[in-house]
Design a binder for this molecule. Structure first.
Ligand SMILES: [Zn+2]
Ligand SMILES: [Zn+2]
Length: 355
């Protein structure tokens, strides 16, 4: 039996790089040799105070790309040697939401890297129907390591109904907010991005934002007026009470509000005024692999160099200290932290189309 290295979460604060047996693919499954795997805020939350969604012990990692090494019996759709990105969410295909195409709302949804072993390892087993063959894209695997979070952003923007000619506001330009900026700009809408961090606002401008707001310098409503925008869609990504308050102060009747960030313990929401203003409040969770992931790949292919989002790739040994902890104390220097399970020292990220 051959072994691999894996970053296994055993309890809050207890992430161990361990030797584990390489898993074998069952019916309908593929064994993927992981090239790169991203970590995000949900991994950090599990490390900080889990288990929240995880079933422990579990190999973390739900944002991975790799090459199909082997397939199990009755596995269609992916071939050995193909470069694949994974959707991570596993749906049953038969419950009502699945039949309606809302696979992210599957009654028995489970996610690789949370409830089943994920991609912070040399190898991972995944159902073939949540692997997308992206060999033909020619994109580097480091760039493709951002496909899953990009797909989450594509889903949020799709849920909002945002389209060309409309105006949008994004409050919070961290990891998810930055990917939403890319997806929102791609619709052809004018996008105003608000954050406290000037570096992130500069990045938003490079990604095509129409305007930015340093949120501690001016109110959101005032900035919107100054720009002459009439905002159709608000994405509140911070999950903070002040973030939501700034949106509610600024939203005109008829606006759509997408609370992407999860609000905790909010007191008495002004539902009466929401009724009279005919706000559309839209939830968004995970992504619909079949439709959102191909669009995410298209967006990644539209830009050559993503090193301003991810410039350094970490080994498994540095996931806790240089990947997860900076997400918790908000000192992360990169929008997306990528991990290569085959290295022992950090390396620069390689972006763009492979030659
Ligand atoms: Zn994630
Ligand atoms: Zn289902």
């Amino acid at each position: 039996m051959t072994t691999m290295r894996a970053a296994v979460l055993h309890a809050a604060g207890d992430l161990r790089v361990q030797e584990r047996a390489v898993p074998a693919p069952g019916p309908g499954e593929a064994l993927v040799r992981v090239a790169v795997c991203g970590v995000c805020g949900s991994d950090a939350s599990e490390y900080d105070r889990g288990p929240l969604l995880t079933v422990l012990p579990v190999t973390l990692g739900h944002e991975f790309v790799g090459v199909v090494e082997a397939v199990g019996p009755d596995t269609a759709g992916v071939a050995v040697g193909a470069t694949v990105v994974c959707g991570a969410g596993v749906s049953c295909g038969t419950c009502k939401p699945c039949r309606e195409g809302r696979t992210n709302l599957c009654r028995s949804y489970a996610t690789l890297g949370l409830q089943r072993d994920g991609g912070l390892a040399g190898y991972v087993v995944a159902p073939a129907d949540i692997l997308l063959d992206v060999t033909a894209s020619g994109l580097s695997t480091d760039t493709l390591g951002m496909a899953q979070p990009m797909s989450i952003a594509v889903h949020a923007v799709r849920r909002s109904g945002l389209r060309a000619g409309q105006d949008a506001v994004i409050v919070g330009a961290g990891g998810i907010g930055t990917f939403i900026t890319v997806a929102a700009v791609a619709t052809g809408a004018r996008v105003l991005v608000a954050d406290l961090n000037p570096d992130r606002l500069a990045l938003a401008e490079r990604l095509g934002a129409f305007a930015t707001l340093k949120a501690d310098e001016k109110g959101l409503a005032e900035r919107i007026d100054e720009l002459g925008m009439d905002v159709d869609v608000f994405f509140e990504v911070t999950g903070s009470a002040p973030g939501l308050a700034s949106v509610l102060e600024s939203a005109r009747p008829g606006a759509t509000i997408v609370p992407v960030g999860i609000q905790r313990g909010e007191p008495g929401l002004p539902l009466g005024s929401w009724t009279l203003r005919e706000y559309t409040i839209v939830g968004t969770v995970a992504h619909v692999f079949a439709t959102d992931m191909p669009e995410a790949i298209r967006l990644l292919a539209a830009r050559d160099d993503w090193s301003d989002l991810a410039h350094e790739v970490l080994p498994l040994e540095k996931v806790a200290d240089e990947g997860l902890r900076p997400l918790l104390d908000r000192s992360a220097r990169q929008i997306k932290t990528l991990v290569d399970p085959w290295i022992t020292q950090s390396r620069p990220a390689v972006h763009g189309v492979r030659r």
